[in-house]
Design a protein around this ligand. Structure first.
Ligand code: 13P
Length: 396
């Protein structure tokens, strides 16, 4: 536990706290002790933001809520817009993101939204700051801080994630702009190994990023995505995931990251996308929960899964299966494709479809909220929401 004071104060962040926190605080201490009366040998390097980080993480990991990932880079957003026949212009990206954040009632099901840098500094089509719209909805604004994947020299055609240079000052600026959490996505490929080098690089990069983010008041989402690509079965995914998470937590601890102030964004343990043998939601849940129990300390407040190319319904069914009995952590969603797909198709770039598209997003958000509570039935889902979205070699 990082600090006695956060135990006494309100466990979640209220709106005025994150609005008032717009100016940077002065660090008061760099070492937070477990018990200030009788110092214990357990010291955790948490910095000035320890209490706030814990509150932010708990706010995001609150019952029946999860994260809307809308942090596609401009290039990826362009691919989404092209799929409905729109050009990749700033105005079109703004129109789609305005539609997403202003869905009435979204905050009942969504606790955080991950933004791309352009959106963090952007206003809605009507001229209101997107960050303000989110805060009014009760949704914590987040920011993608990684700078994307590049080839990892000396590996088996694998990649590593850039972005550590200048991360501290960028994170401080994002905090001032209203962001309270962040995301760093790196990937591990099963068909390409994964090599020990690629796993170590992924884990070390995530740990450095997490420490720097916490130092600057942002709750880091730790996301080593184990790509769906490949013909491998579910057991192989499980073995690789065990190795990856062991290494990630080893380096998180070495970098003195405060586990109470992070969130995880794992891939679910599934067979490779090209594996003939498919797995039921119950099997995915069994394997995934087994992995989490073996590797993730209960101090971590929330596990927010990515959808990784699963269909909207598949991602919701799998999440629901994982919430059939109590877990030590909040087990929820941080989906991009599995929340946005039907919404995007319904919109099609036409102003007259905005309300219907917003309703489509709300349906998905509500379904995943029910799945977080283990109460989703899967009834009445559209055909569109059952279509898989896997893309070989997908980049984000
Ligand atoms: P998907 O849910 O589309 O896999 O997105 C993952 C992600 O990292 C978005 O932030």
């Amino acid at each position: 536990m990082a600090s006695a004071s956060f135990l006494k104060s309100s466990p979640i962040l209220n709106k005025s706290e994150w609005l008032n926190g717009q100016s940077l605080r002065q660090p008061s201490a760099t070492v937070v002790r477990c018990n200030p009366v009788a110092p214990s040998p357990l010291t955790i390097r948490a910095g000035a933001y320890a209490d706030e980080l814990v509150k932010t993480a708990k706010t995001i990991a609150s019952p029946g809520r999860g994260i809307l990932a809308m942090d596609e880079s401009n290039a990826t957003c362009g691919k989404r817009l092209a799929s409905i026949g729109l050009e990749n212009t700033e105005a079109n990206r703004q129109a789609f993101r305005t539609l997403l954040v202003s869905v009435p009632g979204l905050g009942n099901y969504v606790s955080g939204a991950i933004l791309f840098e352009e959106t963090l500094y952007q206003s809605t089509v009507e001229g209101k700051k997107i960050v303000d719209v989110l805060v009014e909805q009760g949704i914590v604004p987040g920011i993608k801080t990684d700078k994307g994947l590049v080839p990892l020299a000396g590996s088996n055609d694998e990649s590593w994630c850039q972005g550590l240079d200048g991360l501290a000052s960028r994170s401080a600026a994002y905090y001032q702009q209203g962001a309270r959490f962040c995301k760093w996505r790196t990937v591990v490929s099963i068909p390409n190994g994964p090599s020990a080098l690629a796993v170590k690089e992924a884990a070390w990069g995530l740990a450095r990023y997490a420490a720097i983010s916490q130092d600057n008041g942002l709750v880091p989402i730790v996301e080593p995505e184990i790509l769906l690509d490949g013909e491998h079965g579910i057991d192989e995914t499980f073995e690789v995931a065990q190795k990856v998470w062991a290494e990630v937590f080893f380096y998180l601890a070495q970098n003195n990251v405060m586990f109470e102030g992070i969130l995880l964004k794992p891939s679910m343990v599934t067979p490779g996308a090209e594996c003939k043998e498919r797995a039921t939601p119950e099997k995915v849940a069994e394997y995934t929960l087994n992995l989490l129990h073996r590797r993730i300390p209960p101090a971590v407040p929330g596990i927010m899964f990515l959808s990784g190319g699963q269909s909207e319904v598949e991602a919701t069914l799998n999440l629901n299966a994982m919430n059939q009995s109590p877990n030590p952590w909040h087990v929820s969603f941080s989906y991009a494709r599995a929340l946005q797909n039907t919404c995007l198709k319904t919109w099609g770039g036409r102003p007259e479809n905005v309300s219907a598209a917003q309703e489509a997003l709300l349906i998905r958000a509500k379904a995943n909220s029910l799945a977080q509570l283990g109460k989703y039935t899967g009834e009445g889902e559209s055909e569109e929401s059952k279509k898989g979205m896997f893309v070989k070699g997908y980049t984000y």
